[in-house]
Design a protein around this ligand. Sequence first.
Ligand SMILES: Nc1ncnc2c1ncn2[C@@H]1O[C@H](COP(=O)(O)OP(=O)(O)OP(=O)(O)O)[C@@H](O)[C@H]1O
Length: 495
Amino acid sequence: MGDLETESIIKSDSDAVIFDDIVNVAGKDTQMVLIANGIKLINLKDKISKKEEANIGRFLEWRDVISASKDPKSTGKKTLWILNYIHHGSKSILHHRCLKVHDNNGNSDRLITAIQEQCSKVVGRPKKLFVLINPIGGAGRGRHIYQKAAESLFKLASVETHVVVTEKSKHALEIGETHDFSHYDGIVIVGGDGLYQEFLQGLTIQTQKKSGINYDDPNAELSKLNIPIGIIPAGTGNGATGLVNGVNHAETAVLNIIRGEQHRGQIFIVHSGSEFLCVSALIFSYGMFSDMIKRTEELRWMKRARYPYALIGMLFKKRRLFQAELQYRLKLEDEDARERNGQGEQQKSEWITHKNETKNYNCIYTVPCELVDAGDHNILDPFGSHVMLVVGSGCSHVAIFKSFMDLSLGKKRNSTSSNLEFIDRVTDFRIKVLRDEQGGSERISGARARKIALEHLVDIDGEVIHLKSLDMTVRMQPSFTLLYGIKKINSFVQV
Ligand SMILES: Nc1ncnc2c1ncn2[C@@H]1O[C@H](COP(=O)(O)OP(=O)(O)OP(=O)(O)O)[C@@H](O)[C@H]1O
């Protein structure tokens, strides 16, 4: 924050001074002023080095102050106390920093009490968290990552935690569906995208059941989730934490939870036939990517090497085409203004049938994020209200994979091809796979049996899920989840 801005904060009438004292920071007399918005540090001799200035900062918002406490080892005349705060580094990375403060005037106890009081008032900062750890995700370091990156920071921030370690596959789903979270301010997931998806699905089901909503009905108005979730990366795939925190970094994820900033995220609800199938928070893909994920499952014995191996194999493999009818709905253009003004539920277009004479496709995918034009690059915004649907109708696997990488990395598209389309502003879509009935109940070849098996798989957030019915409805749910994190698109804070 620049000097002008901080000065105006200090002089503003509404920002009454809570406490004003001269302390000693790094051997220099420093005026520490506590105001309604945060802490202002003014070096009195103004001989502070550039490095010290960057570390100390001229102004710390209360949201970035973790705690203040006496150094237990403090001896001598001047009490030493520590101010713990959050440093904003480049590329959205956050770090915990300490400022050692020596008392000049015997006010340390009063200052510490005043700071702790302001910290406890930070809107959205949790006081009690439910923590769910996957001990086997990624390289099996979930527990270690939590102990190293989170435990001491939560303690510093006076956040009480209740830690549960998953004991079996799908345990997160069961916990999400059955556990009573009403006594917690938030939930922390320590794992990869698979764990987050499972938990989210369980919690979604619990929430609908409590509200008496028939979630098997694709047109049902669902109840939104009202407890914030934070995601600490500890899996092989950690896309969800990267989207909400701007970076895949455990300490940043923990500090964003402590900051307490919360935003409402969009997800997909997927139905297969007339049944609820799952939620999707990261990617929905039918065709090429689901085939590839299936292959990684078959190669599980290769451990982490299975991912590049399956990918390379897929890129050079013959395309598997499927016949389908694709329909979608768009968010209407004039809805953006209505939404900004908070004017109720969004209006959508009628169902539009995708034009494809042959009805042949090889991949249909999307991520539940709005693609926002940021000039020379795009930003994937998980807190948006529509998505980009990517439709491959016979293009190469390399082209599909490249489109996915471009989307993930925010690269602008510079080529258009008639068999790889990008349909923006999509809110919902339906895929009805048309089966050719040849073969019937007679004996079928191994290749055909595999094709049929693959047709019944869909990739949800990097895991394959079996489809009972080849008639899928995918509905985007805007503002459905509540997530600890940052909004890259604008600085509006919703708590
Ligand atoms: N204790 C456990 N034992 C066995 N499986 C578990 C356990 N806890 C979670 N799982 C499974 O781990 C998967 C989620 O793993 P997570 O996303 O955290 O890490 P990951 O390394 O990215 O996983 P993967 O690569 O297998 O998708 C889910 O399939 C879940 O059911």
